[in-house]
Design a protein around this ligand. Structure first.
Ligand code: GDP
Ligand code: MG
Length: 184
């Protein structure tokens, strides 16, 4: 990329971010909430959006994130390598009310690291924090796993909007910071 000024350089950023994790953890709804402020109580996997480009403000600069959704591929454990290709960030999502989805995080992390060609900034996301009575994974457990694997960590609710913007922003901000350090 050729740039005339520092100014242009920073506004040209387009980051590919992927959503991964077991079926029904809320990936599509996190994206729907973040990009369109919508929620689907009975969503099937059929929302069908391949990716959504969203502008994010980082330190007063506009950065574009191209956020990819699996559109149900993960159900058949058939997330293709094309899905991961070129990704610089990932939201690795589990459902705090379904322990199995947390136990599968290691598998998703392996898959991501196998397929990605660069160092991906990853945030571990414990979604459905609104389901307090049904919680099967504690916040401390999520935090501990993230620390052990060197990931960011956050709990979100696509239903009540809690921390959704923050989850995406954390990843984008970190990628932006890494790149900014490199070009200076
Ligand atoms: P995906 O398969 O990972 O894309 O998951 P979906 O976004 O399709 O969500 C699966 C189901 O969980 C749907 O019925 C959603 O309405 C529900 N869901 C998603 N996020 C939340 C959340 O934060 N809280 C609650 N209570 N339900 C959620
Ligand atoms: Mg989905």
């Amino acid at each position: 990329m050729a740039h005339n000024s520092e100014e242009e350089k920073k506004e040209d950023y387009l980051f590919k971010i992927v959503l991964i994790g077991d079926s029904a953890v809320g990936k599509s709804n996190l994206l729907a909430r973040f990009a369109r402020d919508e929620f689907y109580p009975n969503s099937k996997s059929t929302i069908g959006v391949e990716f959504q480009t969203q502008k994010i403000n980082i330190n007063g600069k506009e950065v574009k994130a191209q956020i990819w959704d699996t559109a149900g591929q993960e159900r058949f454990r058939a997330v293709t390598s094309a899905y991961y290709r070129g990704a610089v960030g990932a939201l690795l999502v589990y459902d705090i009310s379904r322990r199995l989805t947390f136990e599968n995080i290691g598998r998703w992390l392996n898959e991501l690291q196998t397929h990605s060609d660069m160092n991906v900034v990853i945030i571990l996301v414990g979604n459905k924090s609104d389901l307090k009575d049904a919680r099967e994974v504690t916040t401390a457990e999520g935090k501990a796993l993230a620390e052990a694997k060197g990931l960011f960590f956050i709990e979100t609710s696509a239903l009540d909007s809690s921390n959704v913007t923050s989850a995406f922003q954390t990843v984008v901000r970190e990628i932006y910071n890494i790149l900014s350090r490199k070009v200076i």
